[in-house]
Write a protein that binds this ligand. Structure first.
Ligand code: 5AD
Ligand code: FES
Length: 379
């Protein structure tokens, strides 16, 4: 047990572990050690973000998709999916409703839909940014060329979410058709970062064929990319996909990984996802208590919500945006956190630190290349 806790201490101090150490951390986890991890993860998040929880208004503007990912309910081979696209006016109406409710980040998420050319997307982004200059626009529209990413950034997009899905090539090939590669996914993420977006990667917990070695690969890739956001949530089967009969991921492992990621990247924006809320009624609250600091309720018009089904039984498909806002506020208050009206940009941890009380035993000399003064704040 103490050797095991030493691994968590090492993670907190150094921000990463060796591949084999990550394997040991995953294999040896228990209820008690997870609590130890979550306490440390919360201390780090409180030092940087206090008890604020940022909210992002998710606008699912198209469920057309040219891709065929094996896990996803809106894959192009799903002939049963009832396809829709929102007009720019409908998207702006979602933003107007969201702004009134206190949202200061709009996430435009969709399948990879060629109808939305760069020009059409740029027009939508410009319209949102001119009406709501105090808001951030996040895109989540998949793999594109560097040139497209550049145009969209120039139009005003601030952030981009593109989960890497798995950082293991063989695993990637089991989740996707051969036309999609991990190499291109990574190229996209590095291009986005280079173009000045705040970038989010991430993966599904418990996706088919995932093992601890894949997860260790994911964690090391996340460390290498050093993103501003990381989205992780449990895999949940969708009945009209090749993975219909696969087992869902667990809340337990998702929470554990949220805690690990918070210790690896202290300032990261880390959502307690809708998928986590779908597999357990208290999933999002537990996610916040494990180290997450973002929630992403849905701002899509109610009549399209049941059509944006990436997985079965998704929550909140019958609720108005205002209902979700009130519901989440209550949920966050019930665990001592506040839903905040703010853009909620990434805070580089070095700048903003209020030092938490650190047990002497946890202060180390630091490693070569890392500033000990900086690192010891995270413990
Ligand atoms: N279960 C959970 N998450 C899913 N996603 C897609 N399909 C599923 C599923 N069946 C996630 C992917 C994608 C994000 C938008 O939703 O990780 O990147
Ligand atoms: Fe949508 Fe609770 S967040 S109803």
């Amino acid at each position: 047990m103490s050797g095991y806790l030493a691994l968590i201490d090492k993670l907190a101090v150094e921000g990463t572990l060796e591949h084999g150490e990550f394997l040991a951390l995953l294999k040896g986890r228990s209820e008690d050690t997870a609590q130890y991890l979550f306490e440390k993860a919360r201390a780090v998040r409180h030092a940087i973000y206090g008890r604020d929880v940022y909210m992002r208004g998710l606008i699912e503007f198209t469920n057309y998709c040219k891709n065929d990912c094996f896990y996803c309910g809106i894959r192009r081979s799903n002939r049963e999916a009832d396809r829709y696209r929102l007009t720019p006016e409908q998207i702006l109406d979602c933003c107007a409703a969201g702004y009134k409710l206190g949202f200061r980040t709009f996430v435009l998420q969709g399948g990879e839909d060629p109808y939305y050319t760069d020009e059409r997307m740029a027009d939508i982004i410009r319209a949102i940014k001119s009406r709501y200059p105090d808001c951030a626009v996040t895109l989540s529209i998949g793999e594109k060329s560097r040139e497209s990413y550049r145009l969209l950034r120039e139009a005003g997009a601030d952030r981009y979410l593109l989960r890497h899905e798995t950082a293991n090539d063989e695993h990637y090939a089991k989740l996707h058709p051969a036309s999609l590669t991990l190499a291109n996914r990574k190229r996209c993420l590095y291009d986005l970062k280079d173009l000045g977006y705040q970038v989010g990667c991430g993966f599904m917990v418990g996706s088919p064929y995932q093992n601890d070695a894949c997860i260790a690969d994911d964690l090391l890739f996340i460390k290498e990319l050093d993103p501003h956001m990381v989205g992780i949530g449990p895999f949940i089967p969708h009945h009209q996909t090749p993975f219909a009969a696969e087992k869902p991921g667990t809340m337990e492992l998702t929470l554990f990984l949220l805690g690990v990621i918070r210790l690896m990247l202290p300032g990261v924006l880390l959502p307690a996802t809708t998928a986590l809320g779908t597999i357990h009624t208290q999933g999002r609250e537990q996610g916040i208590l494990a180290g997450a600091n973002v929630v992403m309720p849905n701002l899509s018009p109610r009549d399209v919500r049941t059509k944006y089904m990436l997985y079965d039984n998704k929550i909140c498909t019958g609720d108005e945006a205002a209902e979700c806002r009130v519901c989440l506020q209550r949920r966050m208050e019930s665990i001592g956190y506040n839903l905040t009206v703010a853009r909620g940009d990434y805070i580089p941890p070095q700048r903003s630190f209020v030092l938490p009380v650190i047990p002497e035993s946890n202060i180390t000399d630091g490693k070569e290349g890392s500033d000990p003064e900086e690192r010891k704040c995270y413990v």
